[in-house]
Structures are given as structure tokens and as C-alpha cells.
Design a protein around this ligand. Structure first.
Ligand code: MN
Length: 260
């Protein structure tokens, strides 16, 4: 067997034996799933999740059940593709159907700012937070997916989760840094969007979107269970639906991590 074949066989064996844990970073997708709410003067809002029954073992389909879904692409745990943003709209490989699939699998770097967020719901992750992480755990490797741990996903009440637009996120400077000074693959958060609740007033506005999508990197929003990941060493699989002409999609995000 080639060494790649041996590694893959070892991986599936470790998943079976529990030596590698599979951690679900996905929130449940249901009618109550919170979605971002833009002020009227900013733009039109995107619909939340709903489903209608096509048949449920009844006259419309006696032996089968299935539903029809309706939702915005950016609903629940979801993927922001680079073409979602005006700075990334020209990327030829920036859509959910055009991003090369190997980009959907990445080593994760988990930067924990949850203690700061506990004291300040509008906390902005700084360049210093990243440098402090690197001083302890080493430099962010090329191709890494940077995850901002806030424990915000523990807010199970949708109103507390949206918090009237007061949610943590990254600063302008840290997104410029992660986009330009590190070869990151993407940026993921636990909040409803990759940017802070107040980021519409930043310069540039919505810096996670502005800088990451400009560089053809992607975003992940409404993640959960980041507190179960090691700072380094996990691998995340985040593959959006292959929506032609899309801007992102809800998705199942899985992490593989060594058992503690
Ligand atoms: Mn989004």
C-alpha cells in the first residue's frame, strides 16, 4: 500500500476506534434558527429556514416522506463564498460550485477569546490576540482555517444570540492581518455572521467579508462546539452545496480531532 493509502486506512480505523473524534460544528437547522437582520435602510433581509411537507406516508406518497425547503443561502451554520462580497465577486473560483473541493478540508486554528467576550459582548478580536496565540502554539500555517472561539453558540435563545446587533467579531486590523500576513484558507465564527454586530460602522465596513473575500478566502458562520477543539491539530471539513451561481449555503461542518 502507498503511504497515502496507509494514512487513509489509518484515519478510518482511528475514527472507528475513537482515537480520532468527529466533532459536529453545526447548529440544528429549523424554523427557529436565527438569521442576520439588517436595518431596513441597509438592505433587504434574507429568509430564515422553513419546510413544507410534500408527502408523509399519506395519499401524496404512501410509502415515503419528503419535504420541500425554503431559506436564504446564509441561514444557520453556513458558508460565505468569496463571491458573496463585492470585493470578491470577480474571483473565477469564488463560488460554491467553482471553489476547488480540496479547499473545503483544512487544518483548524482555534483562537479562544471567550473570556474577553464574556465581559464584553461587542469584543473585537485583535492582532495581539493572534500574536499571543502564535507565541504559545506556533505560527498559523499556510492553508489554515482560523476559528474564533467566543462560546457565543451557548446562547441558545435566538434573541440572546442576535443580542440586538451586539455581537463580537474581528477588528479591521486583525482581518487585514489574517488576509495579508497569513495564508489563511478562511475564517469561522460562532456568531450569526463573520463580522461583529457593529461592523457596518467600521472602515472598511464588515472587514471579515471585505478582506477575506477580496483574497478569495471563505467564511463560516454560526458554528458551535468550538470549545471541543484543540487550539491546533484538528481538521475541518466544510463543503457547501454546489449551488451554481450561488453565494454560499447552509452546510454540515465536521471537525476531526485527536481524542483527548
Ligand atoms: Mn453569510
Amino acid at each position: 500500500m502507498s503511504s497515502a493509502a496507509e494514512s487513509l486506512s489509518a484515519l478510518t480505523g482511528l475514527i472507528d476506534s475513537g482515537g480520532v473524534r468527529v466533532i459536529d460544528l453545526t447548529q440544528p437547522l429549523e424554523e427557529s434558527t436565527p438569521v442576520i437582520s439588517l436595518p431596513e435602510q441597509v438592505g433587504k433581509n434574507s429568509p430564515g429556514f422553513s419546510k413544507t411537507v410534500v408527502s408523509n406516508f399519506d395519499a401524496d406518497g404512501p410509502a415515503w416522506a419528503w419535504n420541500a425547503l425554503h431559506m436564504g443561502e446564509h441561514c444557520g451554520t453556513h458558508f460565505d463564498s468569496p463571491n458573496h462580497w463585492i470585493t470578491g465577486r470577480e474571483h473565477q473560483t469564488g463560488g460554491p460550485a467553482t471553489i476547488p473541493p480540496e479547499k473545503f478540508i483544512a487544518p483548524a486554528v482555534v483562537i479562544d477569546v471567550s473570556a474577553k467576550v464574556a465581559k464584553d459582548a461587542d469584543y473585537l478580536m485583535t492582532v495581539q490576540d493572534v500574536l499571543d496565540f502564535e507565541a504559545e502554539h506556533g505560527r498559523i500555517e499556510d492553508g489554515a482555517l482560523v476559528l474564533m472561539r467566543t462560546d457565543w453558540s451557548k446562547r441558545t435563545d435566538p434573541a440572546a444570540f442576535l443580542n440586538d446587533g451586539h455581537c463580537p467579531g474581528p477588528s479591521v486590523e486583525v482581518m487585514k492581518f489574517l488576509a495579508e500576513e497569513r495564508q489563511t484558507r478562511g475564517f469561522g465564527v460562532e456568531q450569526v455572521g463573520t463580522d461583529a454586530g457593529q461592523a457596518g460602522m467600521f472602515d472598511p465596513p464588515f472587514p471579515a467579508h471585505h478582506y477575506m473575500h477580496l483574497k478569495n478566502r471563505y467564511g463560516l458562520a454560526s458554528l458551535t462546539n468550538l470549545d471541543q477543539l484543540p487550539p491546533k491539530g484538528a481538521v475541518v471539513i466544510a463543503a457547501p452545496l454546489k449551488i451554481v451561481g450561488g453565494s454560499g449555503s447552509p452546510l454540515r461542518v465536521l471537525a476531526l480531532a485527536p481524542a483527548a
